[in-house]
Design a protein around this ligand. Sequence first.
Ligand SMILES: [Fe+2]
Length: 212
Amino acid sequence: MPEARVTCWDGWGFICMDHEAAPLQDYLGDFSEHWSRWPSAGRTTNLHIVKHLKCNWKVSLDAFIESFHVIATHPQLLVSLDDVNTQYDTYEGQPSFNRMISAQAVSSPHLGKPVSEQEIIDSLLSEGRGRPELSAEQTARDVLASVVKRYYSLAAGEEIDCTISEAIDAIQYYVFPNFVPWAGLVADRLPVPSLRQRSGSLDHGHLAAAAA
Ligand SMILES: [Fe+2]
C-alpha cells in the first residue's frame, strides 16, 4: 500500500509523497519564524468557500499570488490599492517561500491622476458604515488602520496591538508549491480567541462605532 509522510505544522496538515524529501521544518526554513507573529493556534474557521475550476491547478493558484491582474480584474480597487508598488520579498537561502505586500489606502499610479486622502477613505468605507471626515493632517492609511483596529478591538473586548500594515495591507506568503496564508487583519484573520467568539455578532453598526 502506498505510504505518505504526514506532518502537522501550526494546525495545518502537510502531506508529502516523497520519502527522500527533507523534513517539513527544514523545508519551511525561516518561514516558521516569519509566521510566529500570526499563529493559527486557537482559531476557528468563520467561512469556508470551495470553488471547482476547470483548469490546471497551477494556473488558478498563479492568479492569487501576484497583483499584476488588479488593473484588469479589479479596476474598482485602484483608488485605494497601490498595485504598482506591490512589494515581493524573496530571502537568500530560503527557496521555499516568499512574501507579497500590497499597500491599501494608497491610490494606484495606474489612475494617472492625484486622488485625495478623503476620496481614498470614501472608497473604502461607505456612508452607512461610518465614513469619517479627514482633517488636513490625516492620511487615509492612518484613519483606516485606526478604524480597523478599533473594529477588531471592539469585537475582542481588548485592545488589538498591530502595525498599520498588519491592520490594512494585503500581506500574503506563498510557500511552494500550494500554501498561501494571509497575514495581518485585512484577510479577517482573527488574532485572539475572544475575538473569534464575538465576531459572529459584528455588523455594520460595530464598524460605524469604530469609525466614530
Ligand atoms: Fe484578484
